[in-house]
Structures are given as C-alpha cells and as structure tokens.
Design a protein around this ligand. Structure first.
Ligand code: PEP
Ligand code: MN
Length: 339
C-alpha cells in the first residue's frame, strides 16, 4: 500500500504516519518524488487495516498496490528513478554506457581496454573478477587481484566501475573496489545475496535471470529495495528460448514493459543476449530505440585471445564505431549521450 502525502506535508506529519503504520505492523519506506513524498508500507496486512490513515493530517490518499512488487512499482514513484553517481546520472534523459571485457585478465589488458572505451565515450568500466562460469574447469577470474587492476584502470581513465559479486561474503571486498555491484543472471534469485545487497550502500545492477519472468525479476529487485537500498539498475540480458542460433533471445519488449511497470532505470546487455559480436551493434541500437537507459557491452582488445566470451566481444574499433552511431541516434530519441 502507498500513502501519498500532500505536497505541503511536514516532516512531523510524515513521522506521525510512519509511526502509525509501524504500530499496525507495516514496514515503512519513504520514497521522495520531485513534488510529493510517498510512504510505501509493506507487510502482510492490507489496506482494510489502514484506510483510516487518510484522516491524518498531511495525507492526500491511501492507495493499494495490487502487484506483488510494491516499492519498485511505478505506482510507488510515478517519475522515473535517477541514480546520481558523481557527475553521472543513470536514468532520466541520460544514456549510460558500461563497457569492458568479460573478465579482467591482466593489468595490461584492463588498462588497454579502459583507455579505448573511455576514448570512445563509455562512462563506466566493466570487467569480471569473480566469474560465474558454467564449468568449474573454466577460468574463474582473478579475484581480489582483478578488482585491484580494475580499480587502477578506472582511476587512470576517470571512469566508474561495475563488477559482479557472486557471494554475499564477497560484498565488503567488491564494494571496496567497485562503484556498482552487479548481481548476475545466475544469482537473480539468490535471495540471501539480494538481501545482503539491499543492506549496503552501493547501487546494484540486477541482471534478469536466464529463465526469469518479468514479475520474478521485479520481485528480486523488491528483495533489495525492501532492505533499504533504492539504487537499483535493471539489466535485460536475454532469456532462454527454443531458439539456439543465438546464445539467448533478447527480450526487447521487456524494456518498455519494465519501464512502464517500474520506476527503475533499465539497461540492456546485447553481448550476453546474442553471443555474437556482429549482432551487438544492431541490438544495442534497437535497445535504445525501445527506451533503454543504457547499455552493458563486452569489449576486448583482442577478442580472439579472450579467456571468456571472445565471440561476443567487440574490438575497440567496432566499439568506437558503435558509439559514434549511438551519439548520432541519441538526440532523435530525446536523450543525451555525454562522455
Ligand atoms: C557478465 O555480465 O559478466 C555475466 C556473467 O553476465 P550474465 O550474468 O548476464 O550471464
Ligand atoms: Mn561475459
């Protein structure tokens, strides 16, 4: 249920409503909008127990949220969420591009990639240090050493970092080196990891599970948000279908649909969605046309030598060409792509 406060409601009135909700057994979350503040009340009680709240000073109306996800729903916050990180805004008019190799392989490799993607206009450097590989015999990532190289490369080039956290016990180490914590497709329903990510401060990039419905994906985001972390970016990365000529099937309709159902920013990963480097540029363009707030793209200086996902990695040259095209497209979509 959502308690919409009057635009002129005082802090005291908000506190009074929160304490009445707590007495009734609800957990409360104040969601600050541009004009109004709303109080999200979550718990197993219903609006029937709280309708009287409309009589309290400062309350405009009390509304049920019929969807199973509450805090992440559009109803809770009609205007889209914008996540501010230094000079960068994720959501709103801005388009954000996160780029880098699948895995951090060496200091030289990540520094070389960082320089190239920054030069082309990416704002966030990606690279896995803890890799969720299908086979236990495949390269598992450099771990902490990889995180250090990633941070160094980002500092040198003036970029932010996003990297995956595989296990809740790694959260302290990963957040020491990364600006955004990525929760991968395979962990989308690791509820303990989701809760742990909700209890810390860094924004979370939540990838859609391999076979997750949109509702399951939004419920996973709700797990993070109900712990108090409101800074979540959703990432569509393709889902499993009967089609096996691509690695996954990019669910392009998820982009406008999720933006309608939720206030959270949505980005697309055309690399894992397709598995083929030559499909990345067309899918990236389609994603922006469908309303995505950004992209996550794998780039490797020498894809043929990559220790993982070389087939879907762009060369720095191809990435540069793509970025030039995206910069031309952005104004037609009413968006901005600032480096
Ligand atoms: C990744 O982005 O490094 C990754 C492993 O992707 P996904 O979790 O979407 O498979
Ligand atoms: Mn990869």
């Amino acid at each position: 249920m959502i308690v919409v406060m009057d635009a002129k409601a005082t802090q005291r009135e908000i506190e009074q409503v929160k304490s009445r909700l707590k007495e009734l057994g609800f957990q409360t979350h104040v969601i600050r909008g541009v004009k109004k503040q709303v109080i999200g009340a979550v718990g197993d009680k219903s609006i029937a127990d709280a309708g009287f709240l409309e009589l309290l000073p400062g309350v405009e109306k009390v509304m049920p949220v019929l969807k199973p996800y509450k805090l992440v729903s559009r109803e809770a916050k009609p205007e889209g969420t914008i996540i501010e990180m230094g000079n960068l805004a994720i959501g709103g008019e801005n388009i954000v591009v996160m780029a880098g190799p699948c895995a951090v392989e060496s200091r030289e490799q990540i520094v070389e990639t960082a320089r190239a993607v920054k030069e082309a206009g990416a704002q966030i450097l990606r690279g896995g240090a803890f890799k969720p590989r299908s086979s236990p015999y495949s390269f598992q990532g450099l771990g902490i050493e990889g995180l250090k190289y990633l941070r160094e490369a980002a500092e040198e080039t003036g970029m932010l970092v996003v990297t995956e956290v595989l296990d809740s016990q790694d959260i302290p180490a990963v957040s020491e080196y990364s600006d955004i914590l990525q929760i991968g497709a395979r962990n989308m329903q690791n509820f303990r990891l989701l809760r742990a990510a909700g209890k810390q401060e860094k924004p979370v990039l939540l990838k859609r599970g391999l076979a997750a419905t949109i509702e399951e994906w939004l419920m996973a985001a709700e797990y993070i948000m109900c712990e108090g972390n409101y800074r979540i970016i959703l990432c569509e990365r393709g889902i499993r279908t009967f089609e096996n000529s691509t690695r996954n099937t990019l669910d392009i309709s998820a982009v406008p649909l999720v933006k309608r159902l939720s206030h959270l920013p949505v980005v697309v990963d055309p690399s894992h969605a397709s598995g083929k480097w030559y499909l990345v540029a067309p899918l990236a363009k389609a994603s922006l046309a469908a309303g995505a707030d950004g992209l996550l793209i794998e780039v490797h200086p020498r894809p043929e030598e990559a220790r993982s996902d070389g087939a879907q990695s762009l060369t720095p040259e191809n990435f540069k060409t793509l970025m030039e095209d995206l910069k031309k497209m952005a104004p037609f979509l009413g968006r901005r792509l600032d480096s």
